[in-house]
Write a protein that binds this ligand. Structure first.
Ligand SMILES: *Cc1c(COP(=O)(O)O)cnc(C)c1O
Length: 379
């Protein structure tokens, strides 16, 4: 029996140039918006117009499907464009279940945009399976999972929730942005699709805004066709250059993320034992409420994101992060550089985040330097 290749090998092979007559080992970039027709009106290359498809997006989408073990993938201009595509695939009267601490702009989109489209939704604590089950009604068509969640790193049982969705006749989608297929493989746990902000670990260098959906074999064909149709008609597609950057990012994603996850674990351990830190939210720590489930679902590590609670309020949290020198104060995550932010002031109105919470995205700098920076700030 032929053994399935390892992730590292697939990530390189799937992103290599296909049928490049120059012999180029690196991928070319095709900025062309349109493609030449033959005299008989046919399109020999298969490409017509770049909103529909272009060579860079085709390569990226096939690579995304391959590394995820999915059936097909769609690339978008941002993670939010991918999220909006899933929501637009629903119809008036449909009901959606989302985590109570889902990415705040998903909650805003449901509350501020899709409420006008008569899409109803319920926010539940997805660590509580009975609560998920109780939120199901006859119109539930989508169960959205985000695990670990943002910014409290709550871990939900993806396999169990996918089963509830299956019994309900709803599709189940996981926002796997924080783990990527390197650390967590929701497709193997029975979900229909996986969503990414590839702006984060896929790109890995904080220089490309983009997103993706990868659908699995279990996804209903009509729904998948609808998603592809929305990608084309709503037009929130990534540029050729963004596709090229993400395709390149896939090649080193595992190396980066494994190192970032290792750094994060060490930083979390350091912060947990410090007397000034009230709480560290990080699933790899045995003190995390869903630690056992996290180890099952993310056996290689729970990622490179953590959050901490310090002092009583925003002022104390801000004063602490002002003293850090190696952690850039900026929103976002997943790049090679370490970032830190006071999450509540970023989320504003929709925020349910504690006032004294600091969110940390750990990069690939040397761990001793990162810990020393915190040591200095906490003194
Ligand atoms: C960043 C992020 C998004 C949104 O992606 P954009 O690329 O910023 O549109 C969605 N979900 C999670 C978990 C994210 O971290």
């Amino acid at each position: 029996m032929k053994k399935q290749k390892h992730f590292e090998t697939i990530a390189i092979q799937a992103t290599e140039p296909k049928q490049d007559s120059t012999g180029s080992v690196a991928n070319a970039i095709y900025p062309s918006t349109t493609f030449r027709r033959e005299d008989d009106g046919s399109f020999k290359s298969g490409f017509i117009y770049s909103r529909k498809l272009n060579p860079n997006r085709q390569l990226l989408e096939s690579a995304l499907a391959e590394i995820e073990g999915g059936h097909m993938a769609l690339a978008f201009a941002s993670g939010m464009a991918a999220i909006n595509t899933v929501l637009q695939s629903l119809k008036a009267g449909d009901h959606v279940i989302v985590p109570d601490d889902a990415y705040y702009e998903l909650r805003r989109t449901l509350g501020e945009l899709f409420s006008h489209w008569q899409l109803s939704h319920t926010q539940v604590d997805m660590t509580d399976l009975a609560a998920v089950q109780a939120a199901v009604n006859e119109n539930t068509r989508l169960i959205w999972i985000e695990s670990p969640s943002n910014p409290l790193l709550k871990v939900s049982d993806i396999k169990a929730i996918a089963k509830i969705a299956l019994q309900t006749g709803a599709v189940c989608v996981v926002d796997n942005t924080w783990c990527t297929p390197v650390l967590q493989r929701p497709m193997e746990l029975g979900v229909d699709a996986v969503m990414y902000s590839t702006t984060k670990y896929f790109g890995g260098h904080s220089d490309s805004l983009s997103g993706a959906l990868v659908v699995g074999e279990s996804a209903p064909t009509a729904w998948v066709e609808q998603l592809a149709n929305i990608q084309n008609l709503s037009g929130a597609v990534p540029s050729a250059f963004d596709c090229w950057l993400i395709t390149r990012g896939i090649k080193t994603m595992k190396l980066r993320l494994m190192q970032q996850a290792k750094n994060a674990r060490q930083l979390a351990q350091y912060l947990e034992q410090h007397s000034r830190i009230k709480q560290v939210h990080f699933p790899d720590l045995p003190s995390h409420p869903q630690h056992e489930l996290a180890m099952l679902q993310m056996p290689k590590g729970s990622g490179a994101m953590l959050s901490i609670q310090v002092g009583e309020n925003q002022k104390e949290a801000m004063e602490l992060i002002a003293k850090l020198k190696l952690f850039t104060k900026a929103t976002s995550l997943g790049g090679v550089e370490s970032l830190v932010e006071h999450r509540r002031s970023v989320e504003k109105g929709a925020s349910t985040t504690p006032d004294n919470l600091i969110r940390i995205s750990v990069g690939i700098e040397h761990i001793d330097d990162l810990i020393a920076d915190w040591q200095n700030a906490l003194n």
